[in-house]
Design a binder for this molecule. Structure first.
Ligand SMILES: [Zn+2]
Length: 456
């Protein structure tokens, strides 16, 4: 099978140029101007950008919170992902209390069987002890080189000492741990304060987790990494103050990888006052204009490494579990389909970053850190033909009604975006054409190598 993409603008982190792309047997065979070759299919990409397939570093599909399960499973979540240009998701396989990492991995492989984009797993661990440590080498042998720990959530929370020990143990093997950084004790105290005042609606949520709650967690993680001597990965960074802590740590020589999400450059804390404010309840919460400006500045200056969605969707009926108590609203929102068009509109169109930096943020750096480069994350001869043809001039309005995700709301409902993913090639096959998923269930497991420490 040979596919030839003609007349597009090939965008790589190093520059962009008019070139054709020839794909053969699932790989990129040639990139050059005016390729004349026999092909089974020719795709005209005139007026479009051609990117390496985008990688979403942060999704939660089919996650059981105990009280309820996310609205999207791998089947619906990866359909939404691939239509939006995401060719690989890295989802969090979650080792709950009483489970082994092996249990979690087996379970997540089963959950992911009907995937329409490629997928890998980070291993989220709720326990860190000798029984879990002996499993770590097996995880690397199974293609998992990234892990996650939480400073918050009763079901997942670990101690600072455990984060320190895990950083050393996993770091020595070439792995990285993403940490959810917030100060648990302070935010619990603030939840109690708001409830004591009778403040029970969604507008209380951001009050309980202000910028400093995140910045303190980030600062603490930075010091833990300084002490362990191994790199750190800050997940879903949302604040100017948190970014400042990352920058300060880097000046001291700490190796830090920073992830942000589209919601932190597009949405505003005032939205919790809307009638359906519960749909914006996620942690970290939506922020203020100064935070959005800082995160965009971080993207521009390359202090932010990559963008994941933290897609963790719930229906409005599920969100209503907290209708009388904001602290009982399931945390999370849907975003997996809209990441590229939001980043394009809010970061590229506004002039904050270039299309080349978009390639870096949505694909290349994630592929490098998470051990997929150069198979993924770059348009290069020999790389996997995961390719996005992105039309920068296709304005439209985001709505859950047209999104493929399985819940009846979107935090981006009504948001106008300037461009969209037109076609997607996955493993060398055309799976999305003119914005429509024409070939579902072609996703494959991505076996990952140890991390590439590109910031060293
Ligand atoms: Zn998350």
């Amino acid at each position: 099978m040979r596919i030839l993409i003609k007349n597009g603008t090939v965008v790589r982190s190093t520059g962009r140029k008019q070139a054709d792309v020839l794909i053969q047997d699932g790989k990129i065979a040639k990139i050059a101007p005016d390729i004349e070759a026999e092909a089974d299919r020719v795709i005209d990409a005139a007026g479009c950008f051609i990117f390496a397939g985008f990688i979403d570093t942060h999704t939660h599909f089919d996650l059981d919170l105990g009280v309820t399960v996310t609205a999207d499973d791998f089947e619906t979540g990866t359909k939404a992902a691939v239509v939006g240009g995401t060719t690989t998701v890295l989802d969090f396989a979650t080792q709950d209390h009483g489970m082994t990492m092996h249990d979690a991995l087996t379970l997540w492989h089963k959950k992911a069987e009907k995937s329409s984009c490629n997928y890998g797993f980070h291993m989220a661990v709720s326990e860190w002890n000798d029984a879990r440590k002996v499993e770590v080498d097996d995880m690397f042998r199974a293609g998992i080189s990234s892990f996650k720990m939480y400073m918050v959530y009763d079901a997942m929370k670990v101690t600072d000492g455990q984060i320190y020990d895990a950083q050393k143990f996993i770091g020595a093997r070439g792995g990285v741990i993403g940490v959810h950084c917030e100060n648990y004790d302070v935010l619990q105290a603030r939840i109690a304060e708001e409830k004591a005042k009778g403040h029970m609606d969604p507008t209380a949520h951001p009050v309980t987790r202000p910028q400093a709650v995140e910045a303190e967690g980030v600062a603490r993680l930075m010091r833990i990494a300084e002490l362990s001597g191994y790199p750190a990965w800050v997940v879903h960074l949302s604040t100017a103050d948190g970014l400042e802590e990352v920058r300060r740590a880097r000046k001291r020589g700490v190796e830090v990888y920073a992830e942000t999400c589209p919601q932190y450059i597009t949405l505003d804390v005032s939205q919790y006052a809307e009638p359906d404010g519960a749909k914006y309840v996620m942690s970290p919460p939506l922020r203020e204009a100064r935070d959005r400006a800082a995160i965009l500045d971080g993207m521009k200056k390359r202090d932010i490494d990559f963008v994941g969605t933290d897609h963790c969707s719930f229906t409005m009926a599920q969100k209503a579990l907290g209708k009388d108590d904001f602290s009982k609203i399931p945390n999370g929102g849907a975003g997996v389909q809209n990441r590229a068009e939001l980043v394009y509109t809010y970061a590229v169109k506004t002039g904050a970053i270039t299309p080349e930096q978009m390639a870096l943020l949505l694909s290349e750096r994630a592929a490098r850190l998470f051990g997929m480069f150069p198979k993924k994350g770059v348009l290069r001869v020999g790389s996997d033909a995961d390719i996005v043809i992105f039309d920068p001039n296709d304005p439209h309005t985001i709505s859950w009604k047209t999104n493929l995700h399985a819940c009846d709301n979107s935090p981006y409902e009504g948001v106008e975006v300037a461009g969209r993913t037109r076609d997607v090639l996955l493993n060398g096959e055309l799976v999305v054409e003119n914005g429509k998923l024409i070939k579902p269930y072609c996703g494959q497991y991505v076996f990952r190598k140890p991390c590439e420490w590109y910031r060293k």
